[in-house]
Structure formats: C-alpha cells, structure tokens
Ligand binder design. Structure first.
Ligand SMILES: [Ca+2]
Length: 265
C-alpha cells in the first residue's frame, strides 16, 4: 500500500501519524481527506443572500413571507440577526423565500439557540422540528429535521439524539428520516450551548440526486452513494427554521439566524 493510500484510508489521523513519522503527505492527499463545507464563490450564482443587518425588524422581515414571533437581536459578527421565539403561542416560526427552480442547490446559514434548547422537550416530542423545508412547486418537498426518530426503514443504529436528518418526501426508497450517516457526534443537541454554528445543505434532485449536510464544516450526512430515487423537479421555495411537530409546555427557547445564502454552481 502506498503512503498516500494508507493516509487516505486513515483520514486526518493517518496524515498526522505520517507527519509524526517524518513523512510529508502530498497536498492532493490532504484535500482528499478534508471535507470542508462549500461556500459560494467564483462563477457560482447567488440566488439569495441576507446578512440580516437591517436597522428595524419590519425592514429585516420585508423580503420574506413570515410566520410566528420574531425579534431583532445582535448579529454574529456585528450588525443584527433575527431571533425566533418558540413558545406555546409561537411554535411554528419561519421565513419563506422563493427563487428560480434549481435542481442542484446549496443553502448556508448560521444558527444560535438559547442554552439547552430542546425541541423534543425531554423526549416528549420525538419528531423534534422541521428545521429546513425545501419545496418543489409541484412534486413533494424535502423536510430536513432535527429529530429523535430512528428513521424508517431502520438504518442499523438508534438516533443519537436530535440528529440533523434529511427526507425527500418524493422518494420511495430513501428512509424517512435519513439520519446523519457520516458523523452523528455533531447534533443539534451538541450545538445548543448558546454559540453560533454554521449549517450547510446541498440538495441535488432527480436521478443520481442526493443530500449533504455539514455543521461547522463537518460533513454529517451524505447519501450520494445510496442511489435513492428523487423527483426531478428543482427547489423553488424554502421555509426555516420551522415548526415544532408537537409542542409541550415548559420548553420555551429561542433560535437566532444570521448570514443566509442560497446558491448554485
Ligand atoms: Ca448579521
């Protein structure tokens, strides 16, 4: 086995060990094992971008259809952000945005919850919340959740607790929900300490389509090798940060959103 192949098989730890041995892995190998989340750049087409740095809440919300209770709060890197206040009277909170139908599309935003935020409310609501919904105009939508559900059909292990998951409602073969198959050590329940975290989603519709989710540049979910069926129609509307499937008293929390961008290659 060549050094490069051995490093590839053993990932970052392999590269570190090789470095400690005095070997110098080639730059091309390092890029193979690094899976940073995509960002718009170069010739990419920005479909929508918002830093939420508006002086008032009405101005901030003006470009969107909205639902629920929102507030203007300090932003991630200065400026402002939008806060969604989850309570018994406001458990379905969202921004909605339309754009040209796109079959290979990327979304990125930053989120910050109040410390200890728990959309399952101590497991009473195992469905969690519909975190990010990506709609086709005619065919069924995608529902990206934060959920305690194990997924149907069973994927061989129980949900680790409020995993980021994916579901193409148009698919007959993809589990609902499809769990974080690459890395479930990073979950909503490990990122709810009150700091900002980055969520990145890539959806490719149609034959050969798949979904990928990163949080804080860590690839959590990738079903590109699974060959699930998907409706061909592109995404043309999104809604987030979404509805709590069942609300239980005593679990109020807030969720802040900043620096949202939608793009395609
Ligand atoms: Ca901002």
């Amino acid at each position: 086995m060549t050094l490069q192949r051995w490093i590839y098989r053993h990932g970052r730890n392999g590269a570190l060990i090789a470095t400690l041995w005095g070997c110098s892995p080639a730059a091309t190998v390092a890029s193979d094992v690094s899976v940073a989340s995509p960002e718009p750049g170069g010739s990419d087409v920005i479909l929508w971008q918002d830093n939420f740095d508006k002086p008032t809440l009405p101005e901030l919300l003006a470009p969107y259809v909205t639902r629920g209770t929102m507030q203007l709060v300090p932003g991630r890197i200065g400026g402002n952000a939008v806060r969604f206040v989850y309570t018994a009277s406001s458990s379905d909170n969202l921004l909605e945005k339309s754009f040209a139908a796109t079959t290979d599309i990327y979304f990125r935003f930053w989120y910050r919850s109040s410390p200890g935020a728990d959309p399952s409310c101590n497991g009473q609501n195992p469905s969690g919340f519909k975190w990010f919904m990506a709609w086709r105009a005619i065919a069924p939508r995608y529902t990206m959740s934060v959920t305690n559900m194990d997924g149907v059909p069973y994927q061989g292990r129980p949900n680790a607790g409020l995993e980021f998951s994916s579901h193409d409602n148009s698919s007959a073969t993809e589990p609902a929900q499809f769990l974080s198959n690459i890395n479930h050590n990073v979950r909503f329940s490990t990122t709810n300490e009150g700091n900002w975290h980055k969520y990145t989603l890539h959806i490719k519709t149609g034959t050969g389509g798949y979904e990928q989710i990163w949080v804080d540049d860590i690839l959590l979910l990738d079903n590109s090798a699974n060959g699930y069926d998907h409706a061909a129609e592109g995404i043309s509307l999104i809604q987030f940060p979404g509805v709590i499937v069942r609300w239980f008293a005593g679990c109020d929390f807030t969720l802040d959103i900043d620096d949202f961008v939608i793009w395609h290659k």
